[in-house]
Design a binder for this molecule. Structure first.
Ligand SMILES: Cc1ncc(COP(=O)(O)O)c(C=O)c1O
Length: 208
């Protein structure tokens, strides 16, 4: 782990995203076991539900415990924000489905984790989303796979299970020349070893 890096220090791994609050100032992050939240008044509730005012409205869309995890991951990765999902596979799906819809296209590494391959070739196929697989060792193969309908690139910083590595800035350059974001699954590396946003990635996903 690099402690010289401002983002992923040992201290921020433990403390980022959490400020102990009065009256008890617990050092461990409190677990907020609530689905609903009380609002100060009707007007603030309306503004929060309209996303015009920050705040928690219902735990399925946000919870103070989960928010600490989200802010900590964003801090460790040097990102602007993070969204926690129930599983890593959901994170991959949510990241891609925010970019791509039916009739559009993804270029993905040919050395991905098997569950992600199933997600792309089975579930996304049902949605009408097409996926081309490109060799992560050859950025030229990614360039050749780009179509007018391409909306995202997807790779893993260290491929599971083959520990495949790639020239990430070169693949990011191909993605950006095509006007699309590069999504990187950084599960195997973790931000302690590698921070994809520093090497051209636009969105990072994890199985925690
Ligand atoms: C690289 C990678 N991405 C995504 C996943 C899926 O994550 P989860 O099992 O948390 O849904 C895994 C699971 O092993 C993985 O290894």
């Amino acid at each position: 782990m690099s402690t010289g890096d401002a983002g992923c220090t040992a201290t921020s791994q433990i403390h980022a995203g959490y400020e102990p609050q009065a009256p008890y100032r617990p050092v461990a992050v409190p677990i907020y076991q609530t689905a609903a939240y009380e609002f100060p008044d009707y007007a603030s509730a309306r503004r929060m539900f309209a996303l015009k005012e920050p705040g928690f409205t219902y735990t399925r869309t946000g919870n103070p415990t989960v928010a600490v995890l989200e802010q900590r991951i964003a801090a460790l990765d040097g990102g602007v924000a993070a969204l926690a999902t129930a599983t890593g596979q959901a994170a991959v799906a949510v990241a891609l489905l925010s970019l791509v819809r039916g009739g559009q296209h993804i270029v993905a590494s040919s050395k991905l984790y098997g569950g992600t391959v199933d997600l792309l070739t089975d579930t996304f196929d049902d949605f009408g989303i097409e996926v081309s697989f490109a060799d992560p060792a050859h950025p030229g193969a990614w360039q050749a796979a780009v179509r007018p309908a391409t909306r995202a690139f997807l790779t893993e910083s260290i491929g599971n299970p083959l520990a495949t590595l790639q020239d990430l800035p070169a693949i990011a350059a191909v993605a950006h020349a095509a006007g699309v974001p590069l999504v990187v699954d950084n599960t195997l590396a973790t931000p302690a070893l590698f921070r994809p946003l520093d090497h051209g990635a636009d969105i990072v996903v994890y199985s925690a």
